[in-house]
Each structure stands twice: as structure tokens, then as C-alpha cells.
Design a protein around this ligand. Sequence first.
Ligand SMILES: C[S@@+](CC[C@H](N)C(=O)[O-])C[C@H]1O[C@@H](n2cnc3c(N)ncnc32)[C@H](O)[C@@H]1O
Length: 312
Amino acid sequence: MFVHRPVMLAEVLEVLSPEPGRYYVDATVGGGGHAEGILEASSPDGRLLGVDRDQSALEASAVRLARFGSRVRLVHGRASDLASLVRAADWGQPSGILLDFGVSSHQLDSAERGFSFQADGPLDMRMDPSAGTTAADLVNGLSHGELSRLLADFGEERQARRIATAIVAARPIVRTAELAQVVEHALGGRKQGPEGRIHPATRTFLALRIAVNDEIREVREGVNAAISAVAPSGRVVTLTFHSLEDRVVKRIFAEATGIGTPRDAYGHPLEPATFRRLLSHALKGDEVDENPRARSARLRGVERDAGPQMRR
Ligand SMILES: C[S@@+](CC[C@H](N)C(=O)[O-])C[C@H]1O[C@@H](n2cnc3c(N)ncnc32)[C@H](O)[C@@H]1O
């Protein structure tokens, strides 16, 4: 069964503010939880284009959203392709775009997808199992230096070199449980105290998942595409789950709202900002949502200007 509780649902809906008669895009529709909220809030005639790179997520959201009939279209694709997906849908410019990055509980909990060190499965981790490099390809194919850099850059793993050495010595590694064990051994087992609650392989698995799915580029290109595609007065809302992704969104939104853009001698931005911030700071998931998945969530949102015809 596809189980995924939407993170910060009330807050996402408040910031996105769906209205009847308008058109929305959920670029990471997953099990359709947020999409359902958007469609309910924009009843009776708001429309939604749902995108996901995982075909099984689209199948699950199709069931959940069936009652909305022709108000919903679901397409297989990546957030980074948003511009062409929106063009192909031919519904005009969306009034709001949601990007809820990261993995779904369904992906994490399906052992055969290979995301989890808690349930043994093939070392895969592809959100789209129909394409691309698997985690096993990286673990068994990268050099020691490349592996070490990947773990340090994407997992912020301080013991990256030590783990890379252990992985290279144990290759080939083809199952998630094998990799978890190799990393645990390399780091001398589990720590005592509060740190012991986090499995030693957590950062290694996160780093591999980010690399396999090219997640940082997806966030950058997806959010940039949303900024370009959204209609005047429309909103772009993001949920991210780790600091590397949040930093990318923060930078793009800062540029779009004119913070950090070059200024002339009088302090006026050289390129006028076309967006305004909807929240002064990122909303933190653990402060507003008891869902354990919300723990590291960060919600951000911007709104596009109404357009030249409305400016005074
Ligand atoms: C956190 S879940 C979304 C959950 C959804 N908001 C809900 O309420 O059910 C993330 C989903 O987005 C998909 N995904 C992640 N990155 C993506 C990307 N760059 N392009 C398209 N889909 C992506 C994943 O396959 C997964 O199904």
C-alpha cells in the first residue's frame, strides 16, 4: 500500500493559497496528499497537473485523485523538465507550483527499491527505476577518491575516506544490508548515547541517494523552471529535507526577490525584483508538524509580481 502523510499540509496550503478556477502544478506529486489538498481548496473547478519521476507514485496518486476527474492530469517526468511539461499540458501559466523534494515514505519503505539500510534489498535507490545509474553502479564503479568526495560533499560525512577505503576493500557490494554492515564496521559499530540512535550508515545512504538521483541539480533546475513558468501573481512553494537543498532554494529565491542582486550607486537593484517573499524565514517542519518525516523539513515560498499592467 502507498502510505505517505503529506508534510506541513496546512502550512503548504496557506502559503500556496489555492483558489477556484485556477491551475496548479505539483511537480513532485508522490502519493497525491498535497495535490488532494490543493484540489479540495480550489473546488469546484481548480485544475492540477501532477508530475513525478516515479511511475508507481503516479499510479498511487491516480487512485487517490480519481474523484476529481478531468480536473487532474498526471505525467511522468522530472522537476527539471517542468518548463516543457507545463508547455505540453497546454493549460496556460500556472497560478501556483509546489515542489516537495525528497523521497516518499513509500519509496523508503519498499525494500526492493533499495533506499533503506533497515530493510535489505538490492542497492538501487533510483526514484525512476526505468532509467539511470544505480547506487550499486556507484559503489562498485567509482574510484576511492570519487567515492570519498561523494560521501563528503553530499552526506557531509566526516569519515568519508575511511568509509571509502572499507567499501573498496569489500567490493562488489550489491545489497543494502551489506553496505550498511561495511559502513558500520568501518566506523567501529554504533556509538553510545544520543548519537547511537542514528545508524552509522545514514549519511552514506543519503549521499548515494542524492548522487543517484542528481538531486541537487533537480532542485536547482526545478525551482528555476518554476520561477520562470509561474503566472503573474502566482506562487512557488518548496519543501526541502536537507541543508544542501535548502541552500539552493534560498539562493534562487533571494535572487528572484532582489536580495543579493547588484545595486547601483543609489542602492537601487539593477534588475528589478519580480518576486516577493511570502515568509520572512523558512518555516521549520518540527515546529509545526508532528509527522516524523517533517523533522528536517523547510518550507519556503515566493510570489510573482502582478505584472506591468498592474504596476503604478
Ligand atoms: C516527498 S514525496 C512527495 C509527496 C507528496 N507531496 C504527497 O503529499 O504525497 C516526493 C516525491 O517526489 C518525487 N520526486 C522527487 N524528486 C523529483 C524530481 N526532481 N522530479 C520529479 N519527481 C520527483 C519522488 O519520486 C516522490 O514520489
